[in-house]
Ligand binder design. Structure first.
Ligand SMILES: Nc1ncnc2c1ncn2[C@@H]1O[C@H](COP(=O)(O)OP(=O)(O)OP(=O)(O)O)[C@@H](O)[C@H]1O
Ligand SMILES: [Mg+2]
Length: 365
């Protein structure tokens, strides 16, 4: 899959930008600090996820002094072409596919499938469990409609259940009905999360060894409130029964997949306690490459890979390793303050775009 055309109006420091990109190969976005390299990566990520990786407040992406931003994009896959449009106003978002309005965000997310690496990803191991759950959810949402539907329903039921628990004179039958559906949904969610994590880590381990030449054992354990075995549904039932009194006392659902976590470890020790910054970087990059591989196996094409500032702290040998394992047919965007010498890319297809104060100029080859 690739992004072949992008137009941004009033997005961050781009008042009106039009870019065309090659269907595959490496696109180097280079320029001095604060010129708009990450802004361009952010726009592509936004088209894929309908959220930013830098801010929760989407209105911040609108150019200062304006009251909307507008994005037009052409996505090409092996099977079809897609014309996407997003118009964001501070209080409203309009989505279009071939100029037809798209009502549900879930029908838009993932049409462009982009995988991002950015320096903040290294925080994954230090952040709250919520961010690690999101790390899994963001990808499963793009890969599985069943997952998206089930997770959305679970979250809605959880809000309803908590609201019921806040009322001391609630209807016990209604509570039980909600709880039963939540239990069923959690079986689906837990199974998919665990399966995905297992597949991701198996592939990550291979990339990590190739990439860093180190022999550490990398793994991740999904941490939840019940044993992950063939009695999963019964165990969840029992856990809910056991906590019902506490749920009523605290007016909150005490157990569930909304509290789960992932423990990433290296040679059996938690990554956050042991890994150096360089090791974390290699590990996160390996996870992103593993994810690209999973997407390729499931969808028969690579996602678009976005690497923001990836080389600033990688040594030369790891930088070369990274370039050498990027599949030829994958469209890759790399932002960098350095122009990155052609020799680094060996014989790969590489194009340079210079970013200067919200303008993007492709350099002739
Ligand atoms: N909403 C906005 N409206 C106008 N300009 C904005 C907005 N948000 C950010 N900017 C500007 O965008 C620029 C930062 O762009 P960006 O983060 O893409 O820089 P960069 O090229 O990636 O730099 P670095 O090399 O330091 O990472 C800053 O000049 C900032 O003032
Ligand atoms: Mg930047």
């Amino acid at each position: 899959m690739n992004l072949s055309f992008l137009r941004l109006r009033n997005f961050r420091n781009y008042s009106d930008l039009t870019c065309r990109f090659s269907s595959q190969g490496i696109h180097v976005l280079h320029g001095k600090n604060a010129q708009g390299k990450t802004n361009l990566i952010e726009a592509i990520y936004y088209l894929s996820h309908l959220r930013s990786f830098r801010t929760q407040n989407q209105a911040q992406m609108i150019t200062h002094g304006q009251n909307f931003f507008h994005m037009d994009a052409r996505i090409e896959t092996m099977r079809r072409k897609e014309d996407l449009k997003v118009i964001l106003m501070p209080e409203k978002k309009h989505l279009y596919r071939w100029n037809e309005p798209v009502k549900k965000y879930s029908d838009f997310i993932g049409i462009l499938n982009a995988v991002l690496f950015c320096p903040d990803d290294l925080m994954l191991f230090q952040q709250s469990p919520k961010m690690r759950r999101r790390f899994i959810d963001m990808e499963l949402i793009k890969l599985s409609r069943v997952y998206t539907f089930t997770l959305n329903r679970y979250q809605k039921l959880l809000r309803q259940r908590n609201a019921i628990l806040k009322n001391d004179r609630f209807d016990p039958i209604l509570l039980q009905t909600l709880t039963n559906q939540m239990i069923k949904d959690q079986v689906v969610i837990l199974s998919q999360r665990e399966q995905y994590l297992k597949e991701l880590m198996e592939k990550t381990q291979k990339f990590y060894h190739f990439f860093s030449k180190e022999k550490e054992e990398i793994d991740a354990k999904y941490i939840t409130f019940v044993p992950m075995d063939e009695n999963l549904e019964d165990s969840i039932h029992q856990a809910y029964q056991k906590h019902e009194k506490r749920d009523r006392l605290t007016h909150q659902t005490q157990v569930g997949i909304h509290k789960d976590d992932i423990d990433f470890h290296m040679n059996g020790i938690s990554i956050k306690d042991i890994a150096s910054q360089g090791q974390k970087r290699s590990l996160v990059l390996s996870m992103k490459l593993a994810l690209c591989q999973i997407i390729y196996e499931k969808q028969k094409e690579y996602p678009v890979l976005l690497l923001d500032d990836v080389f600033s702290e990688l040594d030369v040998s790891r930088s070369r390793q990274l370039i050498s394992i990027l599949p030829e047919s994958m469209q890759v965007f790399i932002s960098s303050t350095d122009k990155l010498d052609r020799s680094l890319f060996q014989n790969k297809d590489v194009r340079y775009y210079e970013i200067i104060q919200g303008h993007c100029k492709e350099e002739s080859r």
